[in-house]
Design a protein around this ligand. Structure first.
Ligand code: CA
Length: 246
């Protein structure tokens, strides 16, 4: 299935050129000519990447970037006529993934887009060194037996919740978007909503965590999704007081 790119550019000629060129590259392209239309289009189309002009009518590219980033981990490439360091810093802080300064060649832009797609697809090889029984505080995850135990007693767990946990355990430290988790745990054809992921994470937290409001294992990454981390030794053990110096 062709990937969808949302092109947001108010300059008609440039917008049309980008749409045509990216279609030739094999992408499905949708477009918007101002910031408000861009958000509506983004929500309706759920594109795989957003090309976002900085200077836009209605809502600026910076505003649009901030709003999209609050809703999604989609790769965003900013198009800017200003080649100033300041804009780059502001945009990257808001969560843009890359920058292209006008004027740019389609070839260069297309190479950047492909690089971003590769990056967003790259999911590190799973950690195959995991023991079949993983201890997470009071909970034991029996990967081989597909069971969850709490203080040695089996806990009822939905198969998908278990698969989600196992997937996260095998990719420690790697943040995933809700879409990526849906794709990898529920499968490519699953037509569910990303809210499904939140519901399962909520359930896992209430089972795994001593305090679900400040999770130790499954963390929320703002603007992206979720990541599994093992609490560090330092965080789980009481700090030992240094011996007094003589
Ligand atoms: Ca513009």
């Amino acid at each position: 299935m062709a990937r969808t790119i949302l092109v947001v550019e108010d300059e008609t000629t440039l917008r049309e050129t980008l749409v045509d060129a990216l279609e030739v590259e094999g992408f499905r392209v949708v477009s918007a000519a101002d910031g408000r239309a861009a958000l509506a289009r983004f929500r309706a189309e759920q594109p795989d990447l957003v090309l976002l002009d900085l200077m836009l009518p209605e809502l600026s590219g910076i505003e649009v970037c901030r709003i999209i980033r609050a809703e999604s981990g989609v790769p965003i490439v900013m198009l800017t006529a200003k080649d100033s360091e300041l804009d780059k810093v502001v945009g990257l802080e808001l969560g843009a993934d890359d920058y292209v300064t006008k004027p740019f060649s389609i070839r260069e832009l297309s190479a950047r887009i492909r690089a971003l797609f590769r990056r967003s697809e790259q999911i590190a090889a799973p950690d195959t060194t995991l023991p079949s029984l993983v201890e997470l505080g009071r909970v034991q995850v029996d990967l081989a037996g597909h069971r969850l135990l709490r203080d040695g007693n089996p806990v009822a767990i939905k198969p998908k919740a278990f698969e989600l946990l196992a997937f996260l355990l095998r990719h420690p430290g790697q943040a995933f978007t809700r879409d990526q988790l849906l794709e990898h745990v529920w499968g490519y054809d699953y037509a569910g909503e990303t809210r499904t992921v939140d519901v399962h994470v909520h359930w896992l937290r209430s089972t795994l965590e001593d305090d679900a409001s400040s999770p130790q294992f499954i963390h929320t990454v703002r603007g992206v999704g979720y990541v599994f981390r093992r609490p560090t030794e330092v965080a789980t053990r009481r700090p030992r007081r240094a011996p007094p110096r003589r």
